[in-house]
Design a protein around this ligand. Structure first.
Ligand SMILES: [Zn+2]
Length: 60
C-alpha cells in the first residue's frame, strides 16, 4: 500500500450544526465510504452538508 499523502486526520465538518466526523471514532471508516443515506447525528442532514476539515486550524 502506498501511504504517501495520507494523513491520520480525515475529518469532515457539518455546515449545519458543526458536528465533526472523525474516522478514528467510527472504526476507521472514511467519510467518503459512508453509505449515501448516512445522516449527521447532530442535525439529521445528509452527507452533502459536510465539508472537508482542513488541518491548518487548531483542533478545538
Ligand atoms: Zn449536522
Amino acid at each position: 500500500m502506498n501511504h504517501a499523502g495520507q494523513t491520520d486526520s480525515q475529518q469532515w465538518v457539518c455546515r449545519i450544526c458543526g458536528y465533526i466526523y472523525d474516522p478514528r471514532l467510527h472504526e476507521g471508516v472514511a467519510f467518503e465510504d459512508l453509505p449515501a443515506n448516512w445522516r449527521c447525528p447532530g442535525c439529521g442532514f445528509g452527507k452533502s452538508v459536510f465539508v472537508r476539515r482542513h488541518q491548518a486550524a487548531a483542533d478545538q
